[in-house]
Design a protein around this ligand. Structure first.
Ligand SMILES: Nc1ncnc2c1ncn2[C@@H]1O[C@H](COP(=O)(O)OP(=O)(O)O)[C@@H](O)[C@H]1O
Ligand SMILES: [Mg+2]
Length: 296
């Protein structure tokens, strides 16, 4: 695939996985949809870990690299923190644009059999300390993506976001054209969803930024089977994925580095979700060609 002369629709789709609630499956979906895009659909995928809890990074580094390698990335300032923190405040004295590329870790490379590629911008626990100094730097991720022509290098860029609405959520959404909202259907789930919708609507940073809601993805679906009817009732008018992420013992027991795609019992479920994900983005692209409305 040539990097030059890409039309808008050939450029990477950037999608945030977001919800104001924690423990709803944001990280699980981000890494598993990412992995499935690579393995099943031979796509080039970049995962950006914006969550200070860096669960996606822990899972992916454990699976493909080692914790030792992560530590050395951190020590050499090659995580998301160094992209977001005002560089004059960071320890790195003179980071050039080219050096920015070092923030991307190759997890899975294309081989003869597959053209797919999985990369990661690692998260960083120290983002919790940085929150004050990164205020006002919500445009930095967008700039990082632009300066490194990442839209030309990937098919999909997936951003795992923290549960609290913060400068990290803003930076994620500002870099994204789409977002999807994982929801574990408990009785409070509609609360988190409407809080998120309000936060997005009221956020001045996102004014003039076109952002499309791809829809809710219900997660851990069978646990709540009995409650499902009333839950979907409370999201009656909202966009939703047809497919839901089924309750899966192998993930629940904390083995987040087990990919759903790699387990024969659950493979179809994540392929279906990923397929719907691709189609929903495609459908939005088609309709945005015909309209110029802002769909925040
Ligand atoms: N489909 C599922 N079945 C069982 N457990 C799940 C499923 N999806 C996520 N979990 C578990 O729920 C917890 C929260 O998921 P996670 O993806 O970390 O949520 P978030 O990123 O929204 O905080 C994790 O322990 C994860 O292993
Ligand atoms: Mg998470």
């Amino acid at each position: 695939m040539s990097n030059e002369g890409k039309t808008e629709s050939e450029k990477a789709k950037v999608i945030s996985f977001i919800n104001m609630k924690g423990g709803v499956g944001k990280t699980t979906l981000t890494i598993n949809v990412g992995y499935t895009l690579v393995k099943e659909y031979q796509k080039k995928v970049l995962i950006i870990d914006m969550d200070p809890q860096f669960n996606a990074t822990q899972a992916l580094m454990t699976k493909f690299k080692s914790i030792k390698e992560y530590t050395s990335l951190r020590d050499s300032q090659r995580t998301i923190a160094n992209i977001l923190v005002n560089q004059s405040m960071s320890m790195v004295s003179d980071m050039s644009e080219t050096d920015n590329k070092n923030h991307i870790v190759k997890l899975l490379d294309s081989d003869e059999k597959s053209q797919g590629q999985l990369d990661l911008v690692p998260g960083d626990l120290s983002l919790t300390e940085f929150e004050n100094s990164v205020r006002g730097s919500e445009k930095r991720l967008t700039k990082f993506i632009r300066d490194n022509q990442l839209a030309e290098k990937y098919h999909y860029i997936l951003i795992d976001t923290p549960a609290t609405y913060s400068v990290y959520s803003q930076a994620s959404l500002l870099s994204s054209s789409y977002y999807t909202v994982p929801i574990a259907p408990d009785i409070f789930s509609s609360l988190g969803y409407s809080l998120l919708q309000n936060a997005i609507r009221k956020d001045l940073v996102l004014d003039d930024h076109q952002l499309t809601n791809l829809g809710i993805i219900f997660t851990m679906s069978s646990t709540y089977r009995q409650k499902r009817t009333s839950i979907s009732e409370s999201f009656k008018n909202d966009p939703k994925f047809k497919n839901t992420l089924k309750e899966n013992e192998n993930i629940r027991t904390g083995n987040i580095e087990n990919f759903i795609y790699d387990m024969s019992k659950t493979k179809d479920n994540i392929v279906d979700i990923t397929n719907e994900f691709i189609k929903r983005i495609g459908a939005q692209d088609e309709s945005s060609k015909n309209t110029s409305t802002i769909q925040k």
